[in-house]
Write a protein that binds this ligand. Structure first.
Ligand code: WT7
Length: 631
């Protein structure tokens, strides 16, 4: 069985960040902070939530009826009131909220006051299109300030936003628009990537062919001559905004009202619309930005994740705005025009906190330290990582060449479903390369066997979360059954993460990877089922199986095995066509790097593809228990 294995706990070198970088740590030491939380969990969250402004207080902090939680029961709030009004009414009015950099040196700066006014005016624009509380709005935009405005404008009026990463293809976008039954789609004519403009609107047009709920499409037009719009359904972003009144009071939301839906790939079937709520999510995002990332008032903070992912939601936008930070954001990829560009930006903007992903770090490692060495990185105080395991080699390189042996590296383990950080090493605590760390105060984590019993140090198991936390997903949109599957009721209830992990004798947790068929490529979740159905939708393909294959740069690549239909022969041309077909359907990140033609696939007697067997065969490993394998 997958969980029944030992992991050698090798001696690890322990790293201590320089005291000067840890002086602003919010927790003095882990043990004290954690035991204070355990003594009174409700009191702990009550105190954090009390830092924020609420229109009406909660009756109780938590109402937990397995597997459904309600946090801050009956409290009323609006997250944008805490992200904007709270700051413009005090000393942060003219503080920079967002520095944005485009390719070719273009820069935009939005103060808190500016952002506040834009959000309110755009919110009125949405209202004029008939969008109101509870309606779903799909946002399919490049990384530009208008994307932030669009999100916050939805939240202002209680509409539920559903962002779709602008790299997704038409079929994937259609599935997410129809899944959420969106009334409005907000998009742009094009996005800019590596000096090229990539049209987005044609993808939206294709995605809308079978999307009956969509009434309006708002288009941010950046190109000249401007793309033409269909007068009945399409409207220009700024024409809508300019025609709308200024000033829009925040909608009073219940703490448990949905704030957003964010789709994440599952191992089977359609993607899951993870639902996060207004109150608990706000508290989780605020808490972790302040206590885990340690963002303070004078910091310039850069999270490199696109707002289309959960990291972009919690740590690109909501969290830093809740703590009143200055956000740096950019559409610039790490390698264009050269692999020094991100370090150049850190120097230029004096970035203090830099939150990125292992795949980017490994890319930088490969091109060499001569790139960061050209720039002054002394403004950096804290480094952070997310998305997949930060392997020890990448940790050490990041620590030495970017952090200059001074900055702590906060390796944060969490998920779209958890909404906020769950496991990491607090600023100031000893760091162990390869280990994410321990459950943060507020979270109870465990490593368990299939029955939910804790396993001893050194024995592999499943990472589990024992207690509810405020930013946890509340359900899967229109699929409560799928939500229930995340929770198990063993001896004690727990949330299943589907990650494999091992704990050492100090309680540090190492994440070993997924226990299911989710493939994590460059930190992005790819569902094997999605890739397979994209392939099978091509007329030449009879059957397909997708697996993840370890890759030194991307963590994993997608490898597929394809059975062709009668009358089709394998060829380089067909391989190219199939990859192109996946790109058009799902988008570039899901394109298989390797494609093999086969005549049969290993299956269970009930007909399920045993991807585990393919994976083992690919890696030259023991396939494990194959008693269910068909003859
Ligand atoms: C999966 C969740 C949470 C934002 C980004 C991804 C993997 C995430 C780490 C980490 C090892 C990690 C897990 C997890 N993962 N962070 N620090 N160390 N693995 O969100 O797309 O929902 O993916 O990403 O496998 O289950 P997501």
């Amino acid at each position: 069985m997958a969980e029944d294995f030992d992991v050698p706990l090798d001696e690890t070198t322990i790293y201590h960040a320089d005291a000067s970088c840890c002086a602003e740590a919010m927790f003095h030491d882990y043990t004290t902070a954690y035991s204070e939380f355990l003594r009174d969990p409700d009191g702990f969250w009550n105190n954090i939530a009390s830092d924020l402004q609420w229109f009406a207080p909660w009756d109780t902090v938590l109402d937990w009826k397995f597997p459904f939680a309600r946090w801050f029961v009956n409290a009323k709030l609006n997250i944008t009131h805490n992200c904007l009004d709270r700051h413009v009414s005090n000393h942060r009015r003219n503080k920079v909220a967002v520095y944005w950099r485009g390719e070719g040196g273009r820069e935009r700066i939005l103060t808190y006051d500016h952002l506040y006014n834009d959000v309110m005016q755009f919110a009125n624009g949405l209202k004029s299109l008939g969008v109101s509380r509870g309606d779903r709005v799909c946002i399919y935009m490049p990384t530009v300030p208008e994307q932030v405005v669009a999100m916050l404008a939805c939240a202002r009026i209680g509409a539920i936003h559903s962002l779709v990463f602008a790299g997704y293809g038409a079929a994937a976008l259609n599935q997410r628009i129809t899944g959420a039954q969106a009334k409005v789609v907000i998009t742009a004519d094009a996005s800019v990537r590596r000096g090229k403009s990539i049209p987005l609107k044609p993808i939206v047009e294709e995605a809308l062919i079978h999307a009956p709920t969509v009434e309006h499409v708002i288009v941010l037009r950046t190109q000249s001559p401007p793309v033409s719009l269909l007068p009945e359904t399409e409207i220009d972003y700024y024409e809508l905004m300019d025609a709308s009144p200024k000033g829009c009071p925040p909608e009073e939301m219940d703490a448990e009202d949905p704030l957003f839906i964010l789709y994440t790939s599952g191992t089977t079937g359609a993607p899951k619309g993870i639902v996060h709520t207004c109150g608990g999510y706000m508290v989780g995002a605020y808490y972790t930005c302040k206590y885990i990332l340690n963002i303070t008032d004078n910091d310039v903070y850069w999270c490199t994740a696109d707002p289309g992912w959960i990291t972009g939601h919690t740590y690109g936008i909501y969290g830093p705005l809740l703590v009143g930070a200055t956000i740096f954001m950019t559409e610039i990829t790490p390698d264009y025009p050269d692999p020094g560009i991100w370090w150049k930006l850190i120097e230029e903007y004096g970035i203090n906190i830099f939150y990125t992903a292992p795949t980017a770090i490994r890319m930088f490692m490969k091109v060499g330290e001569e790139w960061p060495d050209k720039y002054d990185l002394s403004s950096l105080r804290i480094l952070a990582s997310v998305g997949e395991p930060l392997n020890p080699e990448a940790f050490v390189w990041f620590y030495e060449h970017i952090g200059k042996n001074r900055c702590p590296i906060v390796d944060t383990w969490w998920q779209t479903e958890t909404g906020m950080h769950m496991v990491t090493t607090l600023v100031g605590e000893p760091m162990k390369p390869g280990y994410a760390g321990k459950a943060i105060p507020g979270v109870v984590a465990d490593v368990v066997d299939r029955e939910g019993r804790p396993v001893p140090p050194g024995q592999g198991g499943f990472l589990a979360i024992r207690e509810p936390w405020p930013a946890m997903m509340r359900t899967i949109y229109n699929d409560e059954e799928r939500y229930r599957k995340y929770w198990k009721n063993g001896e004690k209830p727990y949330y299943t993460t589907s990650d494999l992990a091992v704990r050492d004798h100090d309680g540090y947790i190492m994440i070993l990877g997924r226990s299911d068929d989710l493939i994590i490529v460059s930190g992005h979740n790819i569902g094997s089922a999605e890739v397979e159905s994209a392939l099978v939708s091509h007329h030449a393909v009879a059957e397909a199986a997708a697996i993840g294959k370890p890759d030194p740069l991307k963590g994993n690549i997608v490898k597929v095995f394809v059975i062709l239909r009668e009358g089709f022969e394998p060829s380089d041309k067909l391989t190219h066509d199939l990859k192109y077909h996946v790109r058009q359907t799902l988008g570039p990140i899901s394109v298989p790097a390797e494609l093999d033609y086969v005549t049969a696939l290993p299956k269970t007697r009930s007909g399920k593809i045993m991807r585990r067997v393919l994976r083992a065969q690919e890696l030259g490993m023991d396939p494990g228990d194959i008693s269910t394998l068909e003859e």
